[in-house]
Design a protein around this ligand. Structure first.
Ligand code: ADP
Ligand code: ASP
Ligand code: MG
Length: 403
């Protein structure tokens, strides 16, 4: 007998028919003699619809109340799924994060799981019940509801798998595995049988929506045996492992992120401490900064450019403007019509040709690069948002369409 965590995303539970299908998968796993913990997302576009509802009432709603609202989506899914399983005559119980005791930090809309109480779920499993838990939610020190960030149900599933030492954590979704890039943008993308935690983490962090990046981080840390599979077709998916078989190309895949904004501070003084001051301000506002570029301008001035999440653009501009006197810059240029395309793979560590080939692909497609950044196993370019999909395709074709 094994303990299996099965997570189903929004599209897999979008309506009654899909919930019955999901209940069928769960039932099959349970009836084979396994303990099953199920984690569900909100149905279909529920989370987006709830956000729209909030905006209609008050576009500046507090993050606490947004979490209170958004967490309701997952509660609907778990109750409906429990009803479907009950209809099949199977013992089960749905639980919210609060009932389980999924403790998180208090950062509303971006909370991190700190600890999971195991007593309640363990007691239910001991009664041979299927336990169905709301994804995406946590509970903070004060007992307030938090959410883990968009796509965060994957992280709930992996955290539960880690807490219960599950034998397997299956992420069921609307694609049958992890591909070399988003198969909806590039139909020739290839499915990978396996991928390493490190490469998957980079792909997810750079925008490959198929997994929440923190879920991969946790899976790596706690050695969770994880796989991405289709909820619609019964076929092998993609396993995420410590070491994956190296592909011929040495490149795992290409990801895109269009939720970024580019900020440039033009005409800063070229003196020590300026960068420190700028990024200390960002950090004070909890704004994550990604690519940073500094260039020397005329008259002993410098420009500092960086990228942040689009949602932070207004906050970043206002704190910089508030500190204009001490920072002594000339002006700010901000642009949220930019995107980032990243190529990820272990091969980047040892193969200088990969960078050249990436730039060649962009040159041939006539695409201009605004900024470049690299890490050990990743190369990212910042581009005009309108060029992003074309860039993904051009780079992907260059590496994967030759053999
Ligand atoms: P769920 O609702 O199940 O959580 P998501 O929409 O969050 O599903 O993630 C699945 C989607 O991720 C796919 O439909 C696909 O368009 C997208 N995606 C992006 N990059 C990749 C990739 N490299 N491999 C597979 N799917 C990807
Ligand atoms: N329902 C949440 C979202 O839409 C969480 C998730 O789907 O993982 O972001
Ligand atoms: Mg998702």
């Amino acid at each position: 007998m094994s303990l299996i965590v099965q997570k189903f995303g929004g599209s897999s539970v979008k309506d009654a028919k899909h919930i019955q299908n999901v209940a069928g998968i769960i039932a099959e796993t349970y009836l084979r003699g396994n303990d099953v913990i199920v984690v569900l997302s909100a149905q279909g576009d529920t989370t987006d619809d709830l956000i729209a509802k909030a905006e209609e009432i008050n576009p500046n709603s507090s993050k606490r109340e947004m979490d209170m609202l958004l967490a309701t989506g997952e509660q609907i899914s778990v109750a409906l799924c429990a009803m479907a399983l009950q209809g099949m005559g199977l013992p089960c119980i749905s639980l919210t994060a609060w009932q389980v005791g999924i403790h998180s930090t208090g950062v509303h809309s971006d909370a991190r799981i700190k600890k999971i109480n195991t007593e309640r779920v363990r007691a239910e499993l001991d009664q041979h019940r299927i336990v169905i838990v709301t994804g995406f939610q946590g509970i903070d020190r004060r007992g307030d509801v938090t959410t883990l960030g968009r796509g965060g149900s994957d992280t709930s599933a992996v955290a539960l798998a880690a807490a219960f030492h599950a034998d397997l954590c299956q992420i069921y979704t609307d694609v049958d595995g992890v591909y070399t890039t988003d198969p909806r943008i590039v139909p020739t993308a290839r499915k990978m049988n396996e991928i390493s935690y490190d490469e998957m983490l980079e792909l997810a962090s750079q925008g490959a929506q198929v997994l929440h990046n923190r879920s991969v981080e946790l899976a790596k840390k706690f050695r969770v045996n994880m796989e991405v599979v289709s909820s619609l077709e019964r076929k092998p998916g993609t396993k995420i492992k410590e070491v994956a078989k190296v592909e011929k190309t040495n490149i795992a895949g290409v990801a895109k992120d269009t939720s970024i904004a580019h900020i440039s501070l033009v005409g800063l003084q070229h003196s020590p401490g300026v960068a420190f001051q700028v990024f200390a301000l960002m950090s004070r506002k909890n704004i994550n900064v990604d690519n940073i570029l500094q260039s020397i301008g005329r008259d002993d001035t410098k420009d500092i450019s960086f990228t942040i999440h689009q949602k932070d653009m207004e906050a970043a501009i206002s704190i910089l403007e508030e500190n204009k006197e001490s920072l002594k810059f000339d002006h700010i240029e901000a642009d949220n019509k930019v995107g980032k395309v990243s190529i990820v793979g272990m091969g980047l560590m040892s193969n200088a040709g990969i960078a050249a080939k990436t730039f060649e692909a962009l040159y041939e497609a006539g695409i201009n690069i605004q900024m470049i950044s690299t890490s050990e196993i990743r190369l990212s370019v910042i581009l005009d948002e309108k060029d992003v999909n074309r860039a993904v395709k051009a780079i992907h074709d260059k590496f994967f369409d030759m053999d």
